[in-house]
Design a protein around this ligand. Structure first.
Ligand SMILES: NC(=O)c1ccc[n+]([C@@H]2O[C@H](COP(=O)([O-])OP(=O)(O)OC[C@H]3O[C@@H](n4cnc5c(N)ncnc54)[C@H](O)[C@@H]3O)[C@@H](O)[C@H]2O)c1
Ligand SMILES: [Zn+2]
Length: 363
């Protein structure tokens, strides 16, 4: 097992390994205390993994409830979130009780936001079960729900008391769900870790790799958590450095929206990373060879790197990006594998970057 210390304003540890679901109870006892534990999970993950978590929590002395919601991003919204709060209030949970988020990023975001706001904040523990949640969303303390006007528009920064990533849970993801998490893994390698990039070139992170070599998958997840940790610790509330994590996301989010969320987030990030790198290479900001390496690595991980959407469509969607400030937008530009810069560009330039990136002539 690996342990990573995350030294944010409220420090906590990320545990990464196998057979950890059984240990969630003990870790909650050590880090949170309290009498009652609410497991928040979705309709896919609960039937698979809630039982061992519940048993461990009970063995550690907790009275346990389970709140299960219908799986899917469309349920990461106010009605479900309020349902969690009402459930806790009806059962007279106090501020010293604990919420256990058992599931993917949707569960972690929503349970985290419920914990952040229930009685002005109670303890919570993240037990990520998707690859995306293990390498990205469970670390860093950002939690949110979607509003009608857009994704993640109501939320908080609220650090968990612990994160417990049981690699064994990844085995029940579909190939598509697994690949979706790889978009962020490749992103982490490009912004911070050339060795990780080479490791992935030699050993693509797939369900086959999980079946063949669990320790290597554990190592790759650990490297990713460590990259996210380093960025988050240097900039907990996203003043500047944390923006590096948006590599591939300005164009990626725009593609995601213009495709009406039919494509997975990881694929859209792959399209976004390839596009911004192609545009950067066209302007001499990085070597052309990097475009090929990123594109190939995305494909090897089952991620598409092109879109049929037009520049106009993608640009129109990008204008709704909440990361935009008036007439400028912050873009993460790759310089080398493992080193990126954050450049603020005007919207006209951004539009021609999209055109270069998508490989079509700008208007
Ligand atoms: N807070 C952050 O910093 C942050 C960062 C990135 C993404 N996010 C959020 O994360 C969400 C996406 O996360 P996600 O891709 O994990 O989505 P998700 O939680 O919807 O999980 C994807 C699917 O996989 C299923 N699943 C999860 N674990 C499983 C397992 N072990 N076995 C079988 N099925 C399993 C889920 O039920 C769901 O159907 C988005 O809402 C996004 O906004 C948050
Ligand atoms: Zn992302």
């Amino acid at each position: 097992m690996q342990i990573i210390d995350v030294d944010t304003s409220r420090p906590y540890q990320v545990h990464i390994g196998t057979f950890l679901l059984e240990r969630v109870g003990d870790i909650c006892r050590e880090t949170c205390g309290g009498e009652r534990a609410l497991i928040v999970t979705d309709s896919n993950v609960g039937p698979l993994y809630a039982a061992p978590v519940r048993e461990g929590l009970e063995a550690a002395g907790y009275t346990v409830d389970i709140f299960t919601f219908e799986a899917g991003e469309e349920h990461k919204r106010a009605a479900t979130y309020l349902g969690i709060l009402e459930f806790m209030a009806e059962r007279e949970y106090t501020r010293s009780d604990v919420v256990v988020a058992l599931g993917g990023g949707v569960t972690g975001d929503m349970a985290g936001f419920a914990a952040a706001t229930y009685m002005r904040g109670c303890a919570y523990v993240q037990v990520p079960t998707s690859l995306l949640a293990m390498v990205d969303s469970s670390v860093g303390g950002k939690c949110a729900i979607d509003l009608e006007a857009g994704k993640n528009l109501a939320g908080a920064f609220w650090q968990p008391k612990a994160v417990i990533a049981d690699i064994g849970c990844l085995a029940t993801l579909s190939d598509e769900q697994f690949a979706d998490g790889c978009g962020e893994v490749i992103k982490h390698a490009v912004i911070a870790d050339p060795e990780l990039f080479e490791l992935l070139e030699a050993n693509p992170l797939t369900l086959d790799l999980l079946r063949a070599n669990v320790p290597l998958v554990e190592l790759i997840v650990t490297r990713n958590v460590d990259i996210k940790r380093a960025v988050v610790v240097s900039d907990e509330r996203e003043a500047q450095a944390r923006k590096l994590l948006n590599f591939g996301h300005s164009i990626g989010h725009a593609v995601e929206a213009s495709e009406n969320y039919r494509l997975g987030h990881g694929t859209c990030v792959a399209i976004g990373m390839t596009a911004i790198t192609r545009a950067a290479a066209a302007r001499g900001a990085c070597e052309a060879e990097i475009v090929e390496r990123i594109e190939l690595l995305c494909r090897e991980h089952g991620l598409a790197t092109t879109t049929d959407r037009s520049v106009e469509e993608v640009y129109a969607a990008a204008l709704h990006d909440k990361k935009r400030h008036g007439d400028t937008i912050d873009l993460v530009i790759p310089r080398r594998i493992g080193a990126c810069s954050i450049d603020t560009v005007g919207l006209d330039l951004f539009k021609s970057i999209i055109a270069d990136g998508l490989g079509v002539k700008g208007q």
